[in-house]
Design a binder for this molecule. Structure first.
Ligand code: NDP
Length: 274
C-alpha cells in the first residue's frame, strides 16, 4: 500500500495540492497518495488523529487550522516557531509529530530561483498581517533585506506583528494611510484580491525597477498585478510559483527528495489557462 498524505482545511475544495503532489510523486518515482480532507470547525484534533490512526504519514494544513497544527506538534522548526503557524506535519515513526512552515521558503525560492529577485539589502513592503504574512516573515528576514514594512487595514495587527520580529532588522507596522516612502519589493499577502478588492495604496509606492508579488493565484492578472503594471513595476508576479515551491519543500520533509518545480508550475499554469 502506498503512503498516505492529505491537506486539511475549511474550505479545501479549491486546493491544488493533490495535483501538485501527484506530479511530484510521478516525477520522483515515489509511491504515495494525496487527498483533500474538509475538516469541520472545532474538529481538527479528531480529524488529525483519525488520519494518523488509519496510516497517514503527513499532512498539509491550510486555513483556518495553521495555529491548531502548531499546538498539536511535539516539536517544530525554528521558522514555524517564529511565525507561530504550521502548514506541514510529519508523523514520525516514534509517534511524535513534527511541524514546519514551508510558505516563506516557497515565496523566497519562487522570487529568487524562478524570477531572479533577490531580497538582500532591499526595502520590502508586505501588505496584510494575517496567517500568510506571519508565516513568511521568518524567511524574508533570513534573506537580510534592508527593512520590512508591514501595512494592514487593521493597523494594530501590523504593529503587533512587526514588534514580534523587530529585533534582528528594522520591521515596522502601520496602516495604509501612513505609507510615505518607496519600496523595492511589494508583496501582497492580503486576501482582498479574492473579492476583487485592493488595499488603498498610494501612487508613489514603488522605486524604479521595483518587483511586485501577489500571493494570490488563480485568475491572472490579479487586481494587485494590474495595479503593479499600471504603476510601472518591473515585475508583477502571482502566487502560483510560491504554491508549488512550498509544496516541494513539504514533499522534501516527508520524502527526503526535492522535486523539480519548473515543469509542475508549467503544467498548472497551462491547466489554469485552459
Ligand atoms: P487571513 O484571513 O489570515 O488574513 C487576511 C489579511 O487580508 C488580513 O491582513 C486582512 O486585514 C486583509 N484583508 C482582507 N480583506 C481586505 C480588504 N478588502 N482590504 C484590505 N485588506 C484586506 O488570510 P491569510 O493570511 O491566510 O491569506 C492571505 C492570502 O494569501 C490569501 O489570499 C491566500 O490565498 C494567500 N496565500 C497564498 C499562498 C501561496 O502559496 N501562494 C500560501 C498562503 C496564503 P485585516 O487584518 O484588517 O482583516
Amino acid at each position: 500500500m502506498s503512503d498516505r498524505y492529505a491537506v486539511m482545511g475549511n474550505p479545501v475544495a479549491h486546493s491544488k495540492s493533490p495535483q501538485i503532489h501527484q506530479l511530484f510523486a510521478e516525477q520522483t518515482g515515489q509511491a504515495l497518495s494525496y487527498e483533500k480532507i474538509l475538516v469541520p470547525l472545532g474538529e481538527f484534533q479528531q480529524a488529525l488523529e483519525a488520519f494518523r490512526d488509519s496510516g497517514g504519514k503527513g499532512l498539509n494544513i491550510t486555513v483556518p487550522f495553521k495555529q491548531d497544527a502548531r499546538e498539536v506538534a511535539h516539536s517544530v522548526s525554528e521558522r514555524a516557531r517564529a511565525g507561530g503557524a504550521v502548514n506541514t506535519l510529519l508523523f514520525e515513526s516514534n509517534g511524535r509529530i513534527f511541524g514546519d512552515n514551508t510558505d516563506g521558503t516557497g515565496l523566497v525560492r519562487d522570487l529568487r530561483n524562478n524570477h531572479a529577485v533577490h531580497l538582500a539589502g532591499k526595502r520590502i513592503l508586505i501588505l496584510g498581517a494575517g496567517g500568510a504574512v506571519r508565516g513568511v516573515l521568518p524567511a524574508l528576514l533570513g534573506e537580510l533585506p534592508e527593512s520590512i514594512t508591514i501595512a494592514n487595514r487593521t493597523e494594530t495587527k501590523a504593529i503587533e506583528l512587526a514588534a514580534l520580529f523587530n529585533a534582528k532588522l528594522p520591521v515596522k507596522g502601520c496602516g495604509y494611510d501612513a505609507l510615505g516612502e518607496r519600496f523595492d519589493i511589494v508583496i501582497n499577502g492580503t486576501s482582498a484580491g479574492l473579492t476583487g478588492e485592493l488595499p488603498p495604496l498610494p501612487h508613489t509606492l514603488l522605486r524604479e525597477g521595483a518587483s511586485c508579488y501577489d500571493m494570490v493565484y488563480g485568475d491572472i492578472p490579479t487586481v494587485f498585478q494590474q495595479w503593479a503594471l499600471e504603476h510601472d513595476a518591473a515585475l508583477a508576479l502571482d502566487g502560483l510559483g510560491m504554491l508549488v515551491e512550498q509544496a516541494a519543500e513539504s514533499f522534501f520533509i516527508w520524502r527526503g527528495i526535492s522535486p523539480d518545480t519548473a515543469p509542475v508550475i508549467e503544467v498548472l499554469r497551462q491547466a489554469m489557462a485552459d
